[in-house]
Design a protein around this ligand. Structure first.
Ligand code: B4P
Length: 191
């Protein structure tokens, strides 16, 4: 079983590359951003709580996200491997994920970290905001707040997995296909 974390700042291409990776490798895709947006669309109490944070560019509280992940792992006992997209985003989430996977007698195999300059991130997200209908993509101030959350809380995830030598940095600028090929090369090395 191979379990991968696709890591990187907002707008680095995690969602874009995940779509291609799950098609090729048939991983079970877990995107906390997508899960939260489904909760918001369904107007659940979890969604209403999450929206308050997401609209300000802030991370949703750890216990909310960890609970969601725990349910998805439980619901997919037959999965051949998981692709985590946008999760974990804090050290506490990383530790919780390791514990949940350990209970399933498995672990994170690889953390693929996309690196993209801040100017390019802002440009991509504003551009996506023109068509996505995502309230966190339309305003540069909110986008910058998301990048600050990433620097203050999420970079710690890479540090956490570096101690186990699991992190590989991949340049996330260039064509979507070229970046995809770089990611595949690293995954193939693990298969
Ligand atoms: P997410 O849904 O995870 O979204 P994201 O980080 O903004 O974007 P992603 O990185 O997937 O976007 P992509 O580059 O593919 O998070 C949204 C919010 O949810 C967070 O701010 C937070 O509030 C909350 N949340 C989610 N998970 C959480 C967690 N674990 N804990 C707490 N809170 C959580 O796409 C960006 C754009 O770039 C697209 O338009 C794409 O077409 C373009 N693009 C992609 N690759 C490109 C390339 N190579 N060249 C040019 N453009 C490219």
């Amino acid at each position: 079983m191979i379990n991968i974390i696709l890591f990187g700042p907002p707008g680095s291409g995690k969602g874009t590359q995940s779509e291609k990776l799950i098609e090729k490798y048939k991983f079970k895709h877990i995107s906390t951003g997508d899960l939260l947006r489904s909760e918001i669309a369904a107007k659940t109490s979890l969604g209403i709580e999450a929206k308050n944070f997401m609209d300000k560019g802030q991370l949703v509280p750890d216990e909310v996200v960890i609970g969601m992940i725990s349910h998805v792992l439980e619901a997919n006992p037959q999965a051949k491997g998981f692709l985590f997209d946008g999760f974990p985003r804090t050290k506490a989430q990383s530790e919780a994920l390791d514990k949940l996977l350990h209970e399933k007698h498995t672990e994170i195999s690889l953390v693929l970290a996309l690196t993209v300059s801040e100017d390019e991130l802002v440009k991509r997200l504003l551009n996506r905001g023109l068509t996505s209908g995502r309230s966190d993509d339309v305003n540069e101030e909110i986008i910058r707040a998301r990048i600050i959350e990433y620097e203050n809380k999420t970079m710690a995830v890479a540090d956490y997995y570096k101690q186990f030598n699991k992190v590989i940095a991949i340049k996330g600028e260039g064509s979507v296909n070229d970046i995809f090929n770089l990611l595949c090369k690293e995954i193939d090395n693990k298969l």
